[in-house]
Design a protein around this ligand. Sequence first.
Ligand code: BGC
Length: 745
Amino acid sequence: MKKITIIAAAAFILAACCSQSKYDGPVYLNPNAPVEERVEDALARMTMEEKVGMTTAQSKFSSRGVPRLGIPEVWHTDGPHGIRPEVLWDEWDQAGWTNDSCTAFPALVNLAATWDKEMSLLYGRSIGEEARYRKKDILLGPGINICRTPLNGRNFEYMGEDPFLAGQMVVPYVKGVQENGVAACVKHYAVNNQEFQRTQSNSVLDDRTLYEIYLPAFKAAVVEGGAWAIMGSYNLYNGQFNCHNKKLLCDILKGEWGFDGVVVSDWGGCRVSEEAILNGLDIEMGTWTNGLRGAASDSYRNYHMADPYLKGLREGKYTTKELDDKVRRILRVIFRTSMRPEPNYGRFVCPEHYQAARDIAAAGVVLLKNENNTLPLDVPQGGKIVLVGENAVKKLVVGGGSSNLKTAYEVNPLEGLQAAYEGVAEVVWERGYVGDVGTSYNLVDTGQDLSDDRSPKQLIAAAVAAAKDADYVIFIGGLNKSKHQDNESTDRFDTFLPYDQQDVIEALAEVAEKLVVVNISGSPVSMPWADKADAIVQGWYGGTESGNALADVLTGKVNPSGRLPFSIPFKYEDGPIKTERQYPGIKEEGDQFWQTYYDEGVYVGYRWYDSKGVPVQFPFGHGLSYSTFEYSDAKVSKASMKADGSVKVSVDIKNTGSCDGAEVVQLYIADPVASVDRPSKELKGFEKIWLKAGEKKTVTFEVAADALSFYDMETSGWKAEAGEFQALIGSSSGDIRTSVSFELK
Ligand code: BGC
């Protein structure tokens, strides 16, 4: 026995010596050396020109490496819903590859609507694998700007109106992506909440609003998620462009939060050389160049951080202090991604990713209204379902801006429902209205022909005729990612359904036996027609498996468990934005920029509606199930807590319905007496729990002082004031079922 141990030990020492002596090359190339050692070693070998070279783009989606040292270039890709098709070296147009059709995952607002951190991890892992397979190092996503106005064209790419929800949902996404050796580039940092004049508008807000509403999700992504990259936004804050904003990048991100990754500019977001160099930008991307054809030489050399930087360094205007910091960060990303120790090769367009896309899409579908249990559909053998509306057939993966994708396939709702009822019922489609007949974006074409010469009257008449003898009429409309309808660089003009869809819904309501309305959008849509529908479903841009996922919920194969990540007001005017200076902002004569004043402060979304007692059509957090849930026995672990302690708040949840399902248990904290004006309640915990019919479980939340605090502008820090707090537990911000109180000593 002793002999065996000695032999084993000797073999181990020999193996260890051999493995140590096996590698005698430069440290930076040694995959097993610690990242920081590799960084310092590589840095010491680089010339100033090579260092500066790394800080700018060399093509639309790549930035330079160091060819002499075998350090690869960095490949960036959109993001955030799938891996963007390859574009030409210096053009937005398609490169025409035939192997770059990806899995389109659901839009991030759909992910947020799952209120399910597991789904976020699944999403991050799956998209990370696709990025890795496509040899991308930085994924330009996720987006987590707060839905401040329902009109923002990019709400669909973000995670709703609440900083806590977005913060909880972003962390697993980031971790899942990065497990694959791909950096998640969280965007667009920060206070980038509208597309109108996005490169010319200055967001004006106080520190409390900044820290309480607009920064927490970014902080979570960086501090808890450990994001390796972040993208500066186009707009200005404090009168300075965000891609080189000293306060946001140097003081908060790299200072307070200790971020050690790279700051990438939004494409063309770098505007001033000196600020970019000194204020924390690490990689400048997408600055307008006149391309490889028009420029006298390589026009990327004209970038703010290319030749102008070198010139300044040579003239002694800058020292290498900032340069070395930028290069260290870029090298760190390279050693974490393309030169990481254990390369994996990812996977692409595989059944697992399609299934993930379908599961996430379905888990985010929100059942808003379900009168007389209209849903799930109960279609008799030989029955008839009539679908009406353009979004039942329009392929919605294409469009929207930089999140545009070329997908391997896309199942639309008509196809999804036809497959679900094959051999059971007839599923037919009528158009009802003509919205956007466009089928291509940046030369990605769906190949659909959506042209239709009929007048609105003829379209409605045809839909009504078909609806008359149907068992169910399902209107599937909403927005569609075309200009001003959930689209990058354009905001919406109002919150109503475009293309006179309301007329179609109202006409159908007159004749339909049972009318279900499915609104597909990425932003809140006003529903003045809500009373006319028996059931209303909020669907999203669900990606490749969109139609199957929607069918899963409508048929009852999946019990709906999505919850609204934003409030749906009766009308836009009910919301916190009342003046032009709040939105879209104002430009005084002689001013260079638009000023957008966040006068509503922390009263964003439900914080506004709840605090001011303004009724909404559907509250934040709302969503029905085919089951029902009972809340009971709310408890707090102790009556009082100290500032450095915590209390546990628990509640029993029982599935009182007849089918298995999930409830999203939400915890809001209220501070009834405070020295500052505080929202009447704020989300500080949520848990999605699965319960079999009749099953009961206890959900427990730990509440510490950070959940009780507000940002105190006098001390520039977080403050929890002693006194009574209420823990409000419920099924939405508008449906609090039970509460307990405790005291902070
Ligand atoms: C968008 C970014 C995107 C980048 C690259 C910009 O216009 O704002 O979100 O990642 O383009 O496509």
